[in-house]
Every structure is written in C-alpha cells, then in structure tokens.
Design a protein around this ligand. Structure first.
Ligand SMILES: [Fe+2]
Length: 479
C-alpha cells in the first residue's frame, strides 16, 4: 500500500468538506463522500494492519510519515483551516469510525467559524457532536523529538526533520520529477484555485463575488509568467484531482493568458483576460448539479438548462456594476461560434469581444485535452485535428495563436527521447514540433539528481528526437 492511498483518504475528507460548503447537510453528495471515506479507510487499514489513520498538518500542508504531501494541499484548504480553528496539528481517525461520525466531522468542518480555546476544547467539541473516533492531535512544536514505530504516532517527530517531498502519484520517477519541478508554481495554482472556488461558493449563495481579488490573482499569474524560468503552461498538467470543475477554469486561465501574451495583448487586457477566464463558468454555480455532473448525455431540456450558464454568469457579473465589459463578455460569449451560432442567442450585429473569442477556443481545447472521470485526455495533435475540422467556429487569429503557443508537445508532457533519456517538456521551442525538454533520467532510466537535470532544445539538437510522448498519469491511473 503506497502513501498515495493515504493521500486519497485526505483528498476524500477534504472533498467532503468542500462539498458540504456547497450543499446542505444530508445531501446525497456529502453522505456519499462520508461513505466512500469510511469504506476506503477500512480497506487501507486492513491492508496495512494499522489501527488508525493519522495525518499531520504543518504550514498549510499535509504530512504523512515525515513527508509533505502536495496533492492534498491544493484541495484541502478547508480541512487545513478547520484544523487551525481546532488549534490542532493533525487528526487521528481510529478504525471503526462510522459514516455518521465522518459526516458530523465534515459538517463541523464547514460550520465552525471561530477558533476554539485549546486542544481540550476541540476534543470536547468533537465529542459533543458525537464524534468519538476522531481525535485532534497536538501541534508538532508541542511534542517531543522524532520517534519511529507505529505510524499512528507519526505526528511525534521534530518538524525540523520533515523533508519536503512529493507523494508518488503512481506515475513513477517521471511524475515525481515533474512534481518537484512544479513546486515553484504551486502558490499561484493555489491562489487561482482558491479564487475560483470561493467565487463559485459566493455565486451559489447569491453573495457578492470577489472580483478585485480575482483580478489580483490574474496579475499575480502574469507576474509569475514573467518571472518563472518554468513555463506556467506546466500548470496544465498539475494533478489537482478536481479537473472537472475548478481545475477546468484554472487551466483555461493559464492557457488563455499564455496565448494572450503570445499575441502581445496589452498588459491591462491580459489581466482582464485572466480574470475573465477564472470567472467564465461562474454561471454553472446556478445550474443544478444533477445536470452539471450527469454521467452520459443530457436530454434536450437538460442541455438547455446547462447552456444557461453563459448568460447567467454574465448577469451575475453585471449585477455588481463595476466589472469590466471584457470580463462580462467572456462569461457571455465563451460558447459563441465565430461563424455565428453557439449560445446564448446573440443578435448578429453584436461584435464579439476578443476575450470571448480567445476563451472559446481555449475552453474547447482544454475540454478535449483534460482528463475527465469518463475519458482519458486527448493528445494535443488529436485535439487540434478535431478543432481544425470545424475551424470556422473559431476566430482564426486566436486559433493560430493557440496552436503556436501550445505546440504539439505542451509543457508538462512526459517524453522519452531516442537516446533513452526521459524527461518532460519544459517549454515549447521556437517551432511547435521541437520543444525544450528537461531531462530527468540517464539513458538507462535511472533518475538524475535535481541539480544534474538539464535542458535540451530539440530545435538545435538534430540528432535527438521525441520517441514517446504521454500525458502525466493522474492519481495512479494511466490517463
Ligand atoms: Fe462554459
């Protein structure tokens, strides 16, 4: 049983709290989360022969067996905040914990707004909610030095001994290398994720959106794109476990901004573009989730309801009175076709905003190339083939810029070179067929130390070519 199983448990628990923020107590979605969690925890404990499941929290990150786990940190912000309010440094869940206890824990994680006085008060609070088999654990700094042994005691070590490490998501050394390289991009990913998730929540509750903060995050993304040696497009491949909703908007934002920059859009328009991209699907907060998440096809009536999200999103933004027309146009027009058609119904004399045109093609490209619960991601070459078959649907300048900016090998893709070395695409090169590859292994497949990894520009190395190309495996599953 690798540590990925424990990461999955943390993700499930975090997901429960995130869902509970969106749905009322007793909602089937929240109940289902609690049920899945209990079942999976039991499986993991039976396999590992342990009597409980412990995870720690330090500096906003989850820890398991002395390692920071990055994946859960992205989706688990609300669980981290819950731990902060309980003034604890982690949780121990004992074998035998019931669905009802996990359900109550999830609900408390959503409703508790104030910090409790101390750890004892936290324990008392959990007990008063009928949660007997979950214990909040003390902060690391309040505990003694490192101690090995039963992993349910794994909180008992000196924080100084924690190494910053990455969970193995099942993709082996390549995935591990990619995740290490992605580390500088995590803060901006987290900011985007939080801004989108919070705005979705506000919209679902008819509360005011925080558009200023979203614009701030858009500016931050621009700054990161200016500063980083690492192409922000690598965020496209980050295994965030939530590709379907928030992850989609994060990736469309990254993609659109990359293309907008390549088209030399002025700075203020780039900020508006990133903001519009983060908010383009905000209207989905008002589409019933039974339709939004329905597996398989929708009926005509359901499809019409789903399609209202574009106009609804624009109305939500317009109601604020201070949102830039480009951002409103992005929500309204990101499903409008360049040759007319699409939705919502718009008079033919209305000229499309360039923001909406760019978002439209990025939205389609992301949908084709992303992993979904029901489909594997499509290689960019295939996605472009599909898009080009219907090229009249897209603004030609935007489509051309997208193809040039992404290339056939988008940053973050794993590659095997013809000399046997493995690596991943660090940036697209001057030509879309010749990327810049960060080499992470020797020709025999053994991993290079982080300091020894190097960049190869395939445009200037005619003897080196990409032999194999694959998207990153997500969560241990070949996608
Ligand atoms: Fe949409």
């Amino acid at each position: 049983m690798n540590c990925n199983s424990f990461s999955d448990l943390i993700i499930l628990l975090s997901g429960g709290i995130n869902q509970r923020r969106l749905y009322a107590e007793g909602h089937p979605k929240v109940k289902g989360m609690a049920r899945d969690f209990v079942r999976q925890m039991e499986d993991v404990l039976v396999h590992t022969g342990q009597t409980g499941f412990f995870f720690g929290i330090l500096n906003g990150k989850f820890i398991r067996d002395g390692r920071f786990l990055v994946g859960p940190s992205i989706v688990g912000r609300n669980l981290v905040r819950f731990a902060e309010r309980l003034r604890c440094g982690g949780f121990l869940l004992r074998r035998g914990v019931t669905e009802e206890e996990v359900g109550a824990f999830i609900s408390l994680g959503t409703t508790l707004k104030e910090k409790v006085e101390n750890l004892q008060a936290a324990k008392d609070l959990l007990r008063s909610e009928g949660i007997i088999n979950i214990d909040p654990s003390p902060h690391y700094r309040e505990q003694g030095p490192a101690r090995s042994g039963n992993s349910t005691d794994s909180s008992l070590f000196d924080p100084g001994l924690i190494r910053f490490d990455f969970e193995d998501t099942g993709g082996g050394a390549d995935t591990l290398s990619l995740q290490q390289e992605l580390e500088p991009l995590l803060p901006i990913f987290q900011s985007m994720y939080d801004a989108i998730a919070d705005n979705n929540l506000h919209a679902s509750r008819d509360e005011n959106l925080d558009v200023d903060r979203t614009m701030g995050v858009g500016e931050e993304l621009m700054n990161v794109a200016d500063r980083q040696t690492m192409d922000v497009m690598n965020l496209m491949r980050y295994p965030d476990y939530d590709s379907y909703t928030i992850g989609h908007s994060v990736r469309v934002s990254t993609l659109a901004l990359t293309v907008g920059r390549a088209m030399c859009w002025p700075q203020h328009l780039q900020t508006e573009l990133a903001t519009a991209a983060m908010l383009h699907d905000i209207g989905k907060a008002k589409v019933p989730e039974e339709i939004l998440y329905k597996p398989g096809g929708l009926t005509d009536e359901e499809r019409k309801i789903a399609e209202t999200h574009a106009a609804t999103g624009a109305r939500i933004l317009m109601a604020r009175g201070d949102v830039s027309p480009s951002v409103i146009a992005g929500a309204w027009g990101h499903h409008l076709r360049h040759d007319g058609g699409g939705y919502p119904d718009t008079p033919s004399w209305v000229s499309r905003s360039p923001v909406a045109s760019l978002l439209q093609v990025c939205d389609v490209f992301e949908a084709l190339t992303a992993a979904r619960p029901y489909k594997a991601p499509m290689p960019p070459r295939r996605a472009f083939e599909i898009i080009l078959k219907d090229s009249r649907a897209y603004d030609p300048a935007c489509l051309k810029a997208l193809i040039r900016a992404v290339g056939l090998f988008p940053p973050g893709s794993e590659v095997v070179l013809n000399n046997g070395c493995r690596g991943f695409v660090a940036a697209h090169g001057p030509s879309w067929e010749f990327p810049v590859v960060k080499v992470t292994t020797h020709p025999d497949g053994t991993t290079l130390d982080p300091d020894d990894r190097y960049l190869v520009n395939l445009a200037t190395e005619p003897d080196i070519a990409v032999d194999e190309f694959r998207m990153v495996k997500l969560n241990g599953v070949e996608k």
